[in-house]
Write a protein that binds this ligand. Structure first.
Ligand code: MN
Length: 387
C-alpha cells in the first residue's frame, strides 16, 4: 500500500487524481491533502477518503473544519502546505498539483526528506528548476512529471538511451486564440480567453495557454526534467491535441505519443510507470475517426511569450522567478478585469528588462532569494507599478 499526500486536492488535477485513487484503492490510500478555498469540495473529500491531516488556505476555514471533524488534524497557510508535504507516513507518494510558485517550498521540503515528487505544479520547475535539480541529485530523489507533454516524452524515452535523442518536440494546441490575428487580440475578454478548444482546466493555466506562456514554461520544464539543452527542445503547433509530444532520435526516427485529451492518463502513468496499466477513468482515443493530424510552425510574432522562458533562463538564475511572478500577478489582474490581454505580455517583458531587479542577480541563488523576489515582483505588478 502506498500512502498518498496530495497538494491541491480540489483543483482540476487534484480531482482527477482522486478518481484514480478511488479506482486503485487497493494500492493507494489518501492520507493527507491540502486545498485552497473550496471548502465544500474539501469536506466531501474528507468524508469519502478519511485522511489524517488536511491543510486549508484560510484560518477561518481551519476553525470551521476543526469543529466539524473532531478526529482529523488540520493546519493552514504556507506552513500547512509544508506540514502536509512532509507528513510522516510509510511509503509516501507526494503529488504536487498546486497552482503557482507557492508549490516550490513544499516540493523542496519533501525532497529534503528523501521523497520523490509527482509534479503537476510546473511553476516549481520554472522558478526553482536549478535548485530543485541540485536537491534531487544530492538526495537521490526523482521528479516524475504530471503534464501531458512531459508525460508523453517520459513514455517515449523510458527504455531508450538518452544519448540517442536529437531533440524533443513539444506540441502546442495554440490555446483559445489560435485562429485570431495579432490585431484581434487587442480587445479579447476574459471569457474568450477561458474557452480552451481541447482541454478542460483551471483558470490560471487556461489563460497561460491563451498567451502561450504555458508553452514557454513547458520548454523550461522539459529542460530540467530531461536534462536536455534548451536549443534541442522545440515547440510545434498541433491543434488537434492528439499527439502530446514527440521525440526525434539521432537516426531520424520520430516517436509520437497519442491519446485523448485527458489528464487521467498522465497522472496514472506517473503513478504506475513504466507500466501501462488499464484504467476505466481514461477515455480511449477514437483513432478510426480521426481523419488527419496537422502541424504548423509557431508564430513567434503573434506569441512572444513563448520565447520569454529561454530569454529568462539566459539572463540569469533569478530571471525565471521574475518571469513567473510577473505572469502570475498579470493573470490575476486580467481575471479581475484590471488589465487587457496584451498587457500581460507587455508587463512580463518590462519586468524581465527592469533595472529594479538587476541587483538580485548578485545575491546567492537559494530558496530565500526566490521567495523574496517572487513577493517583490508580484507586489509591484499587483500594486500598479506597470499599469
Ligand atoms: Mn501541458
Amino acid at each position: 500500500m502506498k500512502n498518498v499526500i496530495l497538494l491541491g486536492a480540489t483543483g482540476s488535477i487534484g480531482t482527477q487524481t482522486l478518481d484514480l485513487l478511488k479506482e486503485f484503492n487497493k494500492e493507494y490510500k489518501l492520507v493527507a491533502f491540502s486545498f485552497g478555498k473550496n471548502i465544500e469540495k474539501a469536506k466531501q473529500i474528507i468524508n469519502e477518503f478519511k485522511p489524517a491531516l488536511v491543510s486549508c488556505e484560510l484560518k477561518e476555514d481551519l476553525e470551521n473544519l476543526k469543529k466539524e471533524f473532531k478526529d482529523i488534524e488540520f493546519c493552514y497557510g504556507r506552513n500547512g502546505l509544508i506540514k502536509v508535504a512532509t507528513y510522516e507516513t510509510q511509503n509516501p507518494i507526494v503529488i504536487n498539483s498546486l497552482v503557482g510558485s507557492c508549490g516550490l517550498e513544499p516540493t523542496i521540503k519533501a525532497m529534503e526528506i528523501n521523497r520523490d515528487i509527482y509534479l503537476a505544479n510546473k511553476e516549481t520547475l520554472v522558478v526553482g528548476g536549478k535548485l530543485v535539480k541540485e536537491i534531487a541529485k544530492e538526495k537521490n530523489v526523482k521528479i516524475i512529471p504530471i503534464d501531458s507533454e512531459h508525460s508523453a516524452i517520459k513514455q517515449l524515452i523510458d527504455g531508450h538511451n538518452k544519448k540517442d535523442i536529437k531533440r524533443l518536440i513539444i506540441t502546442a494546441s495554440g490555446g483559445a486564440f489560435r485562429d485570431k490575428t495579432r490585431l484581434e487580440l487587442v480587445n479579447v475578454t476574459k471569457d474568450d480567453a477561458l474557452k480552451h478548444p481541447n482541454w478542460q482546466m483551471g483558470e490560471k493555466i487556461t489563460i497561460d495557454c491563451a498567451t502561450m506562456m504555458n508553452k514557454g514554461f513547458e520548454l523550461l520544464e522539459a529542460h530540467y526534467l530531461f536534462d536536455i539543452e534548451m536549443d534541442k527542445i522545440v515547440p510545434l503547433q498541433h491543434k488537434e491535441s492528439i499527439i502530446h509530444s514527440m521525440v526525434e532520435f539521432n537516426d531520424g526516427s520520430i516517436f509520437a505519443q497519442m491519446a485523448s485529451s485527458d489528464m487521467h492518463l498522465p497522472i496514472k502513468y506517473a503513478l504506475m510507470h513504466p507500466k501501462h496499466t488499464k484504467s476505466s477513468n481514461i477515455k480511449p482515443l477514437d483513432i478510426e475517426n480521426i481523419s488527419s493530424l496537422s502541424f504548423q510552425k509557431i508564430d513567434y510574432e503573434k506569441y512572444p511569450m513563448i520565447t520569454y522562458a529561454a530569454y529568462a533562463l539566459e539572463k540569469g538564475d533569478i530571471y525565471p522567478t521574475i518571469l513567473n511572478a510577473s505572469n502570475e500577478a498579470c493573470v490575476r489582474l486580467f481575471l479581475d478585469g484590471k488589465i487587457k490581454f496584451l498587457d500581460i505580455e507587455r508587463i512580463v517583458k518590462e519586468c524581465l528588462d527592469s533595472k529594479d531587479y538587476e541587483k538580485y542577480s548578485f545575491e546567492e541563488f537559494n530558496l530565500d532569494l526566490i521567495l523574496k523576489v517572487d513577493r517583490t515582483v508580484k507586489d509591484d505588478v499587483l500594486n500598479g507599478k506597470y499599469w
